[in-house]
Design a protein around this ligand. Structure first.
Ligand SMILES: *Cc1c(COP(=O)(O)O)cnc(C)c1O
Length: 231
């Protein structure tokens, strides 16, 4: 069943890319495995999936430990408490949810020397976003400049979590704002090129607006069953 879901999501990404003349390898599938077991991740890895996204730190650490034998890429995509930055810096390859300077500075300071720079997306709070997390658009240029200059971080781009929206035109309008914000960042050195946007319900719209990473949970694993600790 996981393999069927995986093939269906791959086909959906392929069709979305064809629909807007993009090459399929320009979109990376990030499997969002929060609340899912290490065995399910193992099963998805056997289908060819290597990048996994987690929101809850302790749950993620247990799985990272249980899956040490696999060459997986781990992405932290949940809200970040500043007292948890060391653990994140030590165990993840990417962080998508950086929204303030304090967290960025700590991640850079605490990134172990033997690891490559931590890949960073800045979470931006675009209009219509329900949650309070994410950097305000006005504060983004300064945050981006600072992160780009931190030695142990590599600024890759922006991440957004729009409010659930079923109308494709409105989905696209929001994603277009994120794309415009990335384009408006003018940094010294290389321009970041990652747009982490699009989930199970809006991946086509996100890809049409330039998403380079889509974060997919439900369409791969089925509906989540939250344990009380997550509520
Ligand atoms: C849970 C989650 C997802 C996946 O959402 P689905 O709708 O299940 O695909 C993507 N991004 C973030 C930040 C999430 O927390």
């Amino acid at each position: 069943m996981l393999v069927d879901n995986y093939n269906r999501v791959r086909e959906q990404i392929l069709a979305a890319c064809q629909g807007c003349q993009r090459t399929p390898d320009s979109v990376q599938l990030l499997a969002v495995s929060k609340t899912r077991s290490a065995d399910e991740i193992r099963e998805l890895h056997a289908c060819g999936q290597t990048a996994f996204g987690e929101n809850y730190l302790q749950e993620a650490l247990d799985k990272i430990d249980a899956l040490r034998d696999l060459p997986l890429e781990w992405h932290f995509i949940g809200p970040i408490q500043s007292n948890k930055t060391r653990t994140i810096a030590e165990h993840f390859d990417w962080v998508h949810s950086v929204d303030r300077l304090k967290v960025a500075r700590r991640l850079s300071e605490q990134r172990p020397d033997h690891l490559p720079p931590l890949n960073i997306c800045l979470q931006v709070n675009i209009s219509g976003e329900a949650s309070k997390s994410g950097c305000a658009p006005e504060a983004l240029p300064e945050l981006a400049r600072t992160v780009a200059a931190l030695p142990n971080l590599r600024l890759r781009g922006l991440m957004a979590i729009p409010e659930a929206e079923t109308d494709p035109a409105r989905q696209r309008a929001i994603f277009a704002q994120v794309r415009a914000q990335l384009a408006a960042l003018h940094l010294e050195g290389t321009q970041p090129d990652t747009l982490s946007m699009g989930m199970s319900g809006d991946l086509e719209a996100a890809i049409a607006e330039g998403a380079t990473i889509v974060r997919i949970g439900t369409a791969l694993f089925g509906p989540r069953q939250y344990a009380p600790a997550h509520l």
